[in-house]
Design a protein around this ligand. Sequence first.
Ligand SMILES: Nc1ncnc2c1ncn2[C@@H]1O[C@H](COP(=O)(O)OP(=O)(O)OP(=O)(O)O)[C@@H](O)[C@H]1O
Ligand SMILES: [Mg+2]
Length: 253
Amino acid sequence: MLEVKNVSKTFTSGLIRKKKIQAVKNVSFSLESGRTLGIMGNSGCGKTTLSRIILHLIEPDEGQIFINEKRVSGFGKKMEKKDHRKVQMVFQHPGSALDPSKKIQYSLMEPMEIQKLFSEEERRERIEKLLKLTGISPNLLKRYPHEISGGEAQRLVICRSLVLEPQILILDEPTSMLDVSVQASILNLLKELQKELDLSYLFISHDLDVLSWFSDDIAVMKQGEFLEIGKKDSVLLRPQKEYTKQLIQAFSH
Ligand SMILES: Nc1ncnc2c1ncn2[C@@H]1O[C@H](COP(=O)(O)OP(=O)(O)OP(=O)(O)O)[C@@H](O)[C@H]1O
Ligand SMILES: [Mg+2]
């Protein structure tokens, strides 16, 4: 369903002496619906850049991306609005995804308003259904982001990412800013939503236990490249590359 083929991206920085950073190098993988690919890699290895390419926030220098066998990226091709909706992202900082000056209700309605989707009535019904699914009290709708807890904020961000009916969610360290006690409930919620809505997840985490529990497959990323990819048990229990062994060690505590 999601297919990434030979995607690369180089950034150039510095005005006089140009410095090139190859953030993503020839990455290929495919992700079926209802499944999770965990991405494991050190800081700066290119995880967020890869996510931003899949979200179509940045154009890759090379390679193509297909969703349901339809090409949605590559060679400067503009993504259609309806393809854009199919991939959504849940960021590490729930706060940054909610407008601090607007009530929660506004932030949940906004994506549908921007996309001019559904009638007023349908929008309200959709929000009501998603609040139930994500375990959020409708009382929160009238509050501002500073009037809710971190765990509630992350539930709301997940709820908001679902209003446009995506098929793929990119989860970039979705629980790393939360209390340990809340982390488990958010991860369980994400698992339930995946089953209920047949979502595909791309899951980025620095926590080996969480990666292992949450993922079906795991990709090991090093300096922009996918060094190793496979079923989680084969990657984590029988790693082929020395680097994977080192990373497993480093991520274990
Ligand atoms: N817009 C940009 N311009 C120039 N360089 C960038 C840009 N975005 C990212 N980079 C560089 O590309 C590399 C990959 O960054 P990226 O944010 O994808 O890493 P990451 O794996 O998500 O790291 P972390 O785990 O710390 O979030 C880094 O060297 C980063 O400095
Ligand atoms: Mg990142």
